[in-house]
Design a protein around this ligand. Structure first.
Ligand SMILES: NC(=O)c1ccc[n+]([C@@H]2O[C@H](COP(=O)([O-])OP(=O)(O)OC[C@H]3O[C@@H](n4cnc5c(N)ncnc54)[C@H](O)[C@@H]3O)[C@@H](O)[C@H]2O)c1
Length: 325
């Protein structure tokens, strides 16, 4: 993993040195990252290649802060203090000048990321770490265009990053382990829950789990077992509640009673063979299923707007986060 022979700059990403972050890309994820970093006391430069999205992303970041205060995730007056930490930058040069960390959140394709990486590297100091929000691309390929790939890694958040604690850290083959370690400590100190991948796989951990569950959720609707609403309810009112507390392994350790995970696997686990045998294995969403699930969701959502649903999600996420402490 260590980039053989690469000299790391002395000052590379020391935790206590990271005071200013550039959020490059101000869409759904970039604007939420801006909220997160500002709420944690860091100075944020927000940039997007599209000026209209930059303005919208900036406004969104500020609205997120106000909502965090109203949900008591920030103290009284803290949203206003955090607001002043976010600067909207109209040029990439302006966004990157003097930053300690770049959090890249541009479109999810290799070409867009590579073009940006090539443009941004000469504009940052040698010690600046370049973190990508990529949901599932491989860091080894992304970092191959960098002159100093050892300073780059994936820091993949879960939407919305200002509320959901998970961040998946994925090194590429050339990422320096010291950078990975420092990133882990950095995010931990900001209250995130970092998980580290020992090797790259498309989709990292959480999106692979989501992909498996999504395929089954689609198939249950497409094969007529249940409606979109009931499949979603089965998840959120059942296992979803436990998943906020424990992962699948630990849950099944408890499912085995006094015998623990071994008992669960040897006994109850056997019945899962029949489930797995009847599960779909397709790798592209079938066209007929696509139309069925879209109309199922439209039916379940009714006249609630996306904005209303986002606000409801964030309000309830805040309540769960507070309950979990
Ligand atoms: N949406 C999610 O749920 C989610 C969750 C975690 C991670 N991610 C990852 O975050 C990244 C961004 O996703 P998103 O959902 O915010 O996408 P988005 O489409 O909302 O935003 C992407 C933004 O990048 C901007 N952009 C494109 N090229 C640029 C460039 N060269 N310089 C500056 N800005 C540029 C676009 O104008 C756009 O506003 C992707 O890599 C995605 O995989 C997304």
């Amino acid at each position: 993993m260590l980039n053989a022979g690469a000299e790391l700059p002395e000052n590379i990403m020391k935790n206590d040195r990271i005071k200013t972050v550039a959020c490059v890309g101000a869409g759904t994820i970039g604007s939420s990252w801006a909220t997160f970093f500002a709420s944690k006391g860091l100075d944020v430069r927000l940039y997007d290649i599209d000026q209209a999205i930059l303005i919208r992303g900036y406004d969104m970041a500020l609205e997120n802060l106000v909502r965090m205060e109203s949900m008591e995730l920030l103290g009284k007056g803290e949203a206003e203090i955090a607001r002043r930490r976010i600067q909207k930058q109209e040029t990439l040069e302006g966004a990157l000048a003097g930053v300690d960390l770049v959090q890249e959140s541009v479109r999810e394709d290799y070409k867009t990321k590579a073009d940006l990486f090539e443009r941004l590297e000469p504009l940052v100091a040698p010690g600046t770490v370049i973190a990508s929000s990529s949901s599932g691309l491989l860091m080894t390929r992304m970092q191959s265009v960098l002159e100093h790939p050892e300073r780059s890694l994936i820091a993949h958040p879960f939407n919305p990053p200002h509320l959901v604690p998970l961040v998946e850290l994925v090194p590429g083959e050339q990422t320096d382990p010291a950078v990975l370690e420092t990133a882990k400590t950095f995010f931990q100190e900001l209250g995130k829950v970092p998980v580290v991948l020992k090797k790259e796989v498309p989709g990292h951990i959480a999106n692979r789990l989501a992909a498996a569950l999504w395929r089954e959720s689609i198939d249950l609707v497409a094969s007529g077992v249940a409606s979109v609403e009931d499949v979603d309810n089965a998840l959120r009112a059942g296992p979803g509640l436990r998943w906020a507390l424990m992962g699948q392994h630990l849950i099944y350790h408890l499912g085995g009673g006094e015998g623990g995970y071994r008992h669960m696997i040897d006994h109850i686990g056997k019945s899962f063979d029949a489930y797995w045998k009847t599960m779909p294995t397709w790798t592209e969403i079938p066209d007929e299923a696509k139309e069925q699930i879209i109309s199922g969701v439209e039916n379940a959502v009714g006249d609630r707007s996306i904005q209303e649903l986002v606000e409801e999600r964030d309000r309830n996420l805040a309540r769960i986060l507070k309950a979990l402490g």
